[in-house]
Unconditional design. Sequence first.
Length: 131
Amino acid sequence: MQTRKRLLTTLGTSLLAILLTGGAAQADNENDSDKAETEGKVVEIEMVNNRFEPEELEVTVGTTVRWVNVERRSNHDIYFPEEEIASGRLFPEESWERTFEEEGTYEYYCQPHENRGMVGVIRVVGGEEDN
Ligand SMILES: [Cu+2]
């Protein structure tokens, strides 16, 4: 019990620190509107007719990709084999997001439909150096 109480106190302090840091970061972004724009970007990929649309997508670092299942019946998932990151099953009208913080090529597929060619790739490129 003693240990648990101490843990909770530590957790509370950490949370407070995170909140304070988060508040400071938000203020920074407001001063730099260009940066806030690129970092908060969301790009959508539709899952339709057992395909990802678009199949290939290039985004800048910090972009969030949102996969949306727009099928009438079929459910799909998103699976990145190299990192073993999986969305779990997405039913029609459901969506899943992933934010890409590092440059690279991210290949993924839908596990139930990989053999039918339901595959995609996200290329994440640096954004800040280009400006
Ligand atoms: Cu699928």
